[in-house]
Design a protein. Structure first.
Length: 237
């Protein structure tokens, strides 16, 4: 039993280390994306809302594209770390599938930073894979919430609902022949707004928020498991 408790303590410390890395990475990613938006805001003002998020990583469009692309790679690494940590918790098959699709989502985000929109077809393939994978990830998290050993807390559940709505909306707006979004059509009531770009911005922020929320949930589960094992250990003495 002593060995089991020691192993659990090591796992708890491991999760603490991973969560710290995730929050640091998430902070770096948020600062990078915010900096890219602010720099572009200096050029075009509030029209940045109507700018597709992946254009911020276009090396031919902005001289600060490297900031946005590095932010994507850091954010993708955060998602992968979060899901690897979920795999180590071994909460069941459902959480195992969620972790696997989450690792794939993180890999897609990293690849979007490596292959920005300058590399048109690789970027389209990776971004489309990311979009479909996020729908699956959010769906699994929403479904997992109703399992006894759920890996998704209620805050993460509500974030997943918002993410599922945003991702599904983008899938319906996607042109599957080109694997890209058609340019916004200007209507009288929407002269200053583009629904597609606004949804893209929402999706970007929801993914980062989901990653941080999920990391915190994993941390809480690791603490709970450690406390339960400790209580059983002292009760047996």
């Amino acid at each position: 039993m002593d060995e089991t408790l020691q192993n659990q303590s090591i796992r708890n410390d491991h999760h603490r280390f991973i969560v710290v890395l995730i929050f640091l990475g998430g902070l770096i990613a948020a600062v990078g994306v915010s900096t890219s938006v602010w720099l572009e805001y200096q050029n075009i003002g509030w029209q940045v809302i109507n700018l597709r998020t992946d254009f911020l990583g276009d090396y031919t469009y902005t001289r600060y594209a490297f900031i946005y692309n590095i932010s994507l790679m850091v954010a993708g690494l955060c998602i992968m770390l979060s899901m690897v940590s979920l795999l180590l918790l071994k909460l069941g098959y459902f959480s195992h599938y969620l972790a696997c699709i989450g690792i794939f989502v993180g890999l897609c985000v990293i690849l979007m930073g490596i292959f920005p929109i300058n590399y048109l077809w690789p970027h389209r393939l990776v971004s489309t894979s990311f979009l479909v994978a996020t729908v699956v990830m959010y769906f699994l998290c929403i479904s997992d919430r109703f399992n006894p050993n759920s890996a998704c807390s209620w805050p993460v559940f509500f974030i997943s609902v918002l993410g599922f709505i945003a991702s599904s909306g983008l899938i319906f707006q996607l042109n599957w022949q080109t694997l890209d979004f058609d340019p916004c059509e200007q209507h009288h009531l929407w002269d200053h707004y583009c629904l597609m770009t606004i949804t893209l911005w929402a999706q970007t922020n929801i993914v980062m928020l989901w990653c941080l929320g999920h990391a915190w949930s994993i941390r809480q589960m690791a603490i709970k498991n450690h406390l339960e094992l400790s209580q059983r250990y002292f009760a047996a003495e």
